[in-house]
Design a protein around this ligand. Sequence first.
Ligand code: COA
Length: 246
Amino acid sequence: MEPVEEPVAEPVVEPVGTAEVQEQVRNRRALRHKRSSRVEVEPPVWFMGQVVSAMSTRIGAFTYLVGGVVDDCSSIGRYCSIAAGVRIGEADHPVDWLGTSPFQYDGTRFGWHPTAESYQVSAIDSGPSGSFWRDPVVIGNDVWIGAGAVVRRGVTIHDGAIVAAGAVVVGDVAPYTIVGGVPAKPIRRRFDDATIAELLELRWWRFTPQQLDGIAFHDPARALVQLRERVPSLEPYEADTTVLTG
Ligand SMILES: CC(C)(COP(=O)(O)OP(=O)(O)OC[C@H]1O[C@@H](n2cnc3c(N)ncnc32)[C@H](O)[C@@H]1OP(=O)(O)O)[C@@H](O)C(=O)NCCC(=O)NCCS
């Protein structure tokens, strides 16, 4: 069975890719990653502080991360703001096995020491309630995750959602919903149903700031009118993605 890995920072590898790509991924050196992790970004993306990546992740354009751990999170959309100290998609341990320690299912945990030689691990899905392993986190577009938030593995955070500072998100977050607390509960929706439906149809994050120039983002009702008019003539921005991890 494949060893299960937890997010332990490893030394930064030297920047890879062309100089041009590195210019489009700001402060790429702040990304620390496990050897097995694959971080693919669609520029521009900005690592403002140390981000530890443990598994494979795709990060969309115009997203910035101030810092924290991105463990099992298959994708982060465009125009996301990820604050300091977030912990996204870290592993659960078994809660109804005899023990909680990963040594039960992960032979690499202590297999490096003679006391754990020849120890046969149990399969992750062999416990009384089946697998305790969850799907990766998925984060949509225009999502703001506040400082110190924890997002449990298996959760999907939909477009336009906000996670309050310090929240522990244990279930999916609907589009344009603000959640907060421990466990996180909806605080309110950002807009009425009709506005949310229209925003999800318009998907303004397909475009660059330049293409969106002049849209009254501070005035959602007016911005919607402007977007409705402009979006049909815009070509969605597409950038070559680049893999930052070697
Ligand atoms: C959630 C947040 C966005 C405010 O949203 P808002 O809709 O304007 O919230 P309000 O201030 O109107 O408060 C609404 C309710 O949410 C509660 N609330 C606000 N922030 C909360 C938090 N972090 N955790 C739990 N509840 C929170 C308020 O107490 C209030 O509860 P009440 O209705 O029972 O009185 C903000 O508090 C927050 O957490 N921002 C993150 C800041 C941050 O981490 N920045 C990092 C830089 S990227």
